[in-house]
Design a protein around this ligand. Structure first.
Ligand code: NAD
Length: 362
């Protein structure tokens, strides 16, 4: 019998609705060709929600997300809402509450460079020839960004600012399991990034990761200090399969890894809860500078659909098909302006989406 899933679609602002439209066509194509269906419910988020419902994350949007198996998110924000108090602005007022309400403790950030796009990377051709595929697994709800106490004490020129870095056994255990399970679906290698030579939280982190690793004898575990990891990422990214790390290190390393691929318009992400329900979104923002021009790259959002199929809906084979279709379109030389190169053909958002559809339906 055909399986049916509920998907909350939160397109947001700027280029969000443009790239989401192409991603949903891909979902249509998957539905038409394979024995699965996706019931979508659209809901406002970000600036459009502020304009139409009075807040960045309306109650009814939360209800739609609660009733869904997965959330597809476009992008939020723009100059129109930048003068609002920080907590009411689109990103802070929608993204952080969504993570909190749905317990999205785990952020998966793939940094994939397709062989056809190696020219877009800032690294030398010989370092990245053939492409690379790294998955950064970042703890998202703990560590120094959230632990208490934090604040600024004192007055005048004698103030002290302080934050607390804290991790419990349970927090490290659950993120470690996600990393080992993801590695099993990929290259079977996990590199845990810490600073165990200096930080007590990292000593505990390393002990717990090693304990969890015993449950995954088929996955190879290594450890690396975060400063060395930053160097190795730039020097020889192909050595990594899955990198697992705490909130702050993951924040920095995932952005560095993403930029090695050369284009923000190519990269998807997932944020998961303990039951693999997740929110899937491109890593880019609402790109107000190109919104409405029909030139935004839809591939990050299309690849977010692939991640949704892989991680929340357990359809790895369909995810593979979408990723291969994207690879073939790039091999044909089709490029949106952000990834344009000599000898390629420039296309807009819709033509790029349709090319992926063509490959999927072939
Ligand atoms: P941005 O990611 O929107 O844009 C950065 C640059 O990359 C711009 O030049 C843009 O044109 C380009 N770009 C981004 N996505 C692209 C795509 N798919 N195709 C082609 N080019 C693309 O970051 P920003 O300019 O710092 O932020 C703009 C707005 O987005 C701000 O309001 C910010 O708060 C918001 N933002 C939202 C999210 C989110 O929704 N998750 C993330 C980051 C920024």
């Amino acid at each position: 019998m055909s399986k049916s899933y509920k998907v909350a679609v939160l397109s947001g602002d700027g280029i969000g609705p443009e790239v989401m439209a192409e991603a949903l066509k891909v979902l249509d194509a998957v539905q038409a060709k394979f024995d699965v269906s996706f019931e979508r419910t659209f809901a406002n988020v970000g600036g459009i929600a502020i304009d139409e419902d009075g807040q960045a994350l309306p109650e009814k949007t939360v209800d739609v997300c609660k009733a869904s198996d997965a959330i597809l998110f476009g992008s939020v924000g723009g100059p129109k809402w930048e003068t609002l108090p920080p907590d009411e602005q689109p990103e802070r007022g929608a993204l952080l509450p969504l993570r909190k309400i749905f317990g999205l403790f785990c952020n998966l950030r793939p940094a994939i460079i397709f062989p056809a796009l190696t020219g877009a990377s800032s690294l030398k051709e010989e370092v990245i020839a053939g492409g690379f595929n790294i998955l950064v697994v970042r703890e998202l709800t703990g560590g120094i960004y959230f632990a208490e106490p934090k604040g600024i004490e004192g007055e005048g020129g004698a103030r002290t600012g302080f934050d607390t870095m804290k991790y419990s056994d349970a927090e490290v255990e659950r993120i470690s399991h996600v990393a080992f399970q993801a590695a099993r679906k990929r290259g079977s290698k996990v590199c845990s990034i810490d600073k165990a030579n200096v930080l007590s939280t990292s000593v505990l982190w390393r002990e717990v990761v090693e304990r969890v690793a015993k449950e995954y004898p088929d996955v190879e575990l290594s450890h690396m200090y975060v400063d060395n990891a930053a160097m190795q990422l730039v020097k020889w990214p192909k050595q990594f399969d899955v990198m697992v790390t705490k909130n702050m290190f993951g924040d920095i390393l995932s952005d560095a890894a993403a930029m090695l691929t050369g284009s923000i318009g190519m990269l998807p992400s997932a944020s998961l809860d303990a039951n693999s329900k997740g929110m899937y979104e491109p890593i880019h923002g609402s790109a107000p500078d190109i919104a409405g021009k029909g030139v935004a790259n839809p591939l990050a959002t299309i690849l977010s659909v692939a991640m949704m199929l892989r991680y929340s809906l357990d359809y790895a084979t369909l995810a593979d098909k979408i990723e291969h279709a994207v690879g073939r379109v790039l091999d044909q030389g089709l490029r949106t302006p952000d990834i344009m190169a000599d000898g390629c053909r420039e296309v807009g958002t819709v033509e790029m989406g349709e090319a992926v559809l063509g490959e999927l339906s072939a």
